[in-house]
Design a protein around this ligand. Structure first.
Ligand code: ZN
Length: 267
């Protein structure tokens, strides 16, 4: 189970811009690193096509995924439209993937799980936010390079419109990106048939007034602990050795991520 996560654009290629000049390449990388963290401990291997702000051609991104023999390729983007009204996430897969299989299955899961995780409705294009695009010059061939040149199930996930003020604010808000990342990771887990025993829940039903409520909410917000399927946290239930290992592993990854940010900020 190998997932190649591709943060769109980078380096001199900023991608789309918000009205106040914030860049698509930055929100793409931020959410990609969160997806990687979310998939820790799931048994799914993750490779990112970039981990920092650099130029990589579309063909090189595809070659990286092909060489590594990824099973899925998820290219993370944010959109721009002519006006400000278009909003919401949507996903593109190959014209060759069959309904309910491969890229189509992955695209459907990504759109639906992001909808569930964020509470935001998909952009109404194609089949409830899932669509394909064929090259006009080359009939029978996919228009988008990262879908055309990858050997595995590939999806471009457009996570919202930077030209819409509401979407633009959310796409640079870490707590929103964390929710999006959880939805994306969950979609990939479901695609691979990984059993999900814990689900991300913003607010747990059973911790109000608990002496550790603040700690639990903080750790849930940064992705270290999660709730149960039924929306509870069960604060006084005993922990297994496996659960402790997963929590510690996430905490170490989180701390290393923060340290890296500090080092980058100081450089
Ligand atoms: Zn893009």
């Amino acid at each position: 189970m190998r997932a190649c996560i591709d943060p769109g654009h980078g380096g001199g290629d900023t991608g789309a811009l918000t009205a106040d000049g914030r860049m698509e390449k930055d929100t793409n990388l931020r959410v990609a690193l969160m997806v990687e963290q979310e998939l820790r401990g799931s048994g799914i291997e993750v490779m990112l096509t970039r981990r920092d702000d650099r130029d990589i051609s579309l063909s090189e991104r595809c070659r990286m995924a092909n060489r590594w023999r990824a099973d899925v390729f998820v290219s993370l983007h944010a959109d721009a439209a002519g006006g400000t009204s278009a909003k919401g996430h949507h996903a593109i897969h190959s014209i060759h993937s069959q309904p309910g299989k491969g890229g189509n299955k992955l695209a459907r899961l990504l759109v639906d799980q992001v909808t569930l995780a964020t509470g935001r409705q998909p952009f109404p294009r194609g089949d409830r936010g899932v669509w394909t695009r064929e090259s006009q010059n080359h009939p029978g061939v996919d228009y988008y390079a990262v879908i055309r040149e990858t050997d595995m199930s590939a999806v471009i996930l457009e996570r919202g419109f930077l030209t819409n003020p509401e979407d633009a604010a959310l796409l640079f808000d870490d707590s929103f990106l964390q929710k999006q990342a959880r939805g994306i990771a969950r979609a990939i887990m479901i695609y691979f048939g990984v059993k999900i025993e814990e689900v991300a829940v913003g607010m747990f039903k059973d911790i109000a007034g608990h002496w550790a409520q603040g700690n639990i909410e903080h750790l849930a917000q940064i992705g270290i602990v999660r709730g149960r399927e039924d929306g509870t946290f069960a604060p006084d239930a005993p922990i297994t050795r496996a659960e402790a290992a997963v929590i510690l592993d996430r905490a170490i990854a989180y701390i290393l991520g923060e340290v890296q940010k500090m080092i980058r900020g100081a450089a």
